[in-house]
Write a protein that binds this ligand. Structure first.
Ligand code: ZN
Length: 244
């Protein structure tokens, strides 16, 4: 079985299509939330994700922000404007689908959340310290998270009292999952923030027991053009070119 793991599409259909084309045929797709928010094609992205084979998808803070389920004063002004714009665009059917997304999914030895297993919607797992605390909040060997838009693995190589090892995966790199336990972030499809503007995805190979990290270039200018047509904040369009 070959599963595609994606996160933080953020309404960026050009990036999503590039990832789906590069990943090739997969038995199932796991999506770690924030299908919408920031980007110019929220409905198109929801519809594309909804139709993927064997889809399992959790809710993210921007999904909830667009639905009005979060207090948008906690968003920065540009994210808030994008969330309000996104909420106004969503069709009733896509809105209902987003409303039905769970905060946590446990499947095949993996826990799927958007932010962290401790606080699935909001918490960022960006440091070994936060990762160590979060290892107590899931029961499976591996927890998949998104939210930070940074590809990273925190792996518990030592005893539970020790700090996890931080691994920064390079494109093309493969990691075994299972033991030791780990918190794994595939990076973002639609708004990478690690200085590399290419879209991120991970392929989970169940037979080999591996996670393969990948990056793929996409036509960033197309997404930027659509953002300008929608009068979304210019800074949100510019950042895509730099991966920040
Ligand atoms: Zn996000």
């Amino acid at each position: 079985m070959r599963y595609l793991i994606i996160s933080d599409v953020h309404g960026n259909l050009a990036a999503l299509e590039a990832v789906l084309a590069a990943a090739g045929a997969c038995d199932a797709v796991w999506c770690l939330g924030d299908v919408v928010g920031y980007g110019p094609q929220p409905n198109e992205c929801v519809e594309r994700v909804r139709g993927l084979p064997g889809l399992r998808c959790v809710a993210g803070n921007h999904d909830w922000g667009a639905l009005g389920r979060l207090d948008l004063s906690e968003f920065n002004p540009e994210a808030r404007r994008a969330a309000e714009w996104t909420g106004a665009q969503l069709t009733a059917s896509n809105r209902a689908w987003l409303e039905g997304l769970p905060e946590r999914i446990v499947e095949d030895g993996f826990t799927l959340v958007h932010g962290s297993p401790r606080h699935p919607i909001w918490e960022y797992v960006l440091s070994p310290y936060v990762a160590r605390e979060n290892l107590a909040y899931f029961d499976t060997p591996t927890c998949l998270v998104g939210h930070s838009h940074i590809p990273v693995i925190f792996r518990q190589d030592g005893p539970p009292s020790s700090s996890p090892t931080t691994l920064v995966p390079e494109p093309g790199e493969t990691f075994h999952y299972g033991e030791p336990r780990a918190i794994v972030n595939p990076g973002s499809v639609g708004q990478p923030r690690d200085g590399d503007p290419r879209a991120c995805f991970v392929v989970l190979d169940m037979a080999a027991g591996t996670l393969e990290y990948h990056r793929v270039a996409y036509p960033i200018g197309e997404t930027q053009e659509r953002m300008r047509e929608a009068h979304l904040p210019e800074r949100l369009a510019l950042r895509l070119a730099y991966g920040v």
